[in-house]
Design a protein around this ligand. Structure first.
Ligand SMILES: O=C(O)c1ccccc1N[C@@H]1O[C@H](COP(=O)(O)O)[C@@H](O)[C@H]1O
Length: 222
């Protein structure tokens, strides 16, 4: 009898999750991270963040990073004009919005050609109906933990609430992600999950990543 390959029975191929590494600002650290080829690298342009990159970043250095790594600007209730200026200055392809940005605001950035990730802060009471007006206005939602800060709180939320997510827009999981979470994330209970965003749990200090730890996380997702 001839064995039938298991793939014959699989309806969908398993998708590889994308990995974004956020909160970068030191040139050597950025270079070491880029050598690991994450899918996205994030720079925080929110002045109140401990990871604020703004003036520390050399635009020429950032502009010439390999195109294989998408550069993301992270903003909190920033004006369209400032976002336009900063994305141009650093040649950023994507924007991640952590404030009260409206669907219209997201739409304008998407129409301008940016990849748009709209962040939402989740807790057990989160109502996914809030997302309905955002459908079609951004490329990904980013589900972060509701905390004291707009982002970078370093704590996970109860992922059980994601079972209630039934919209079409794919999402990134974020909020206190650490190496220990890799197996549960990869178990893939959420069909719309497209990627993860790692940040404060991979730091030596704010704005400086522990590259060997990041390397282990990337390996876990490849
Ligand atoms: O990291 C920050 O300081 C930050 C500030 C303002 C908005 C977003 C920020 N970071 C984003 O927060 C999430 C969760 O980070 P953590 O893993 O809990 O530290 C992540 O998506 C970062 O991109």
């Amino acid at each position: 009898m001839t064995a039938i390959p298991v793939s014959t029975f699989l309806k969908t191929e398993p998708t590889t999750l994308q990995v974004k590494v956020c909160g970068m600002r030191e040139p050597e650290n950025i270079g070491a991270l880029v050598a690991l080829q994450p899918d996205y690298i994030g720079f925080i342009f929110y002045r109140k963040s401990a990871r604020y990159a703004g003036e520390k970043l050399n635009p020429e250095y950032i502009k010439h990073l390999p195109a294989t790594v998408q550069k993301v600007g992270v903003f909190v209730d920033e004006s369209l004009e400032n976002i336009r200026t900063l994305t141009k200055k650093f040649c950023l392809q994507a924007v991640q919005l952590h404030g009260h940005e409206t669907p219209e605001f997201c739409s304008q950035l998407k129409q301008a050609g940016f990849l748009v990730l709209k962040a939402f802060a989740l807790d057990d009471a989160f109502d996914f109906k809030i997302l309905e007006p955002y459908e079609g206005t951004c490329d990904y939602y980013l589900f972060d933990t509701k905390g004291q800060q707009h982002g970078g709180n370093g704590i996970t939320f109860n992922w059980d609430i994601l079972e209630q997510y039934h919209l079409n827009t794919p999402f990134f999981l974020s909020g206190g992600l650490d190496l220990e979470h890799a197996p549960a994330i990869k178990a893939g209970r959420w069909p719309q999950l497209r990627g993860i965003d790692i940040n404060s749990r991979f730091e030596l200090e704010p704005g400086l990543k522990n590259i060997s730890k990041v390397k282990k996380m990337l390996k876990a997702f490849r």
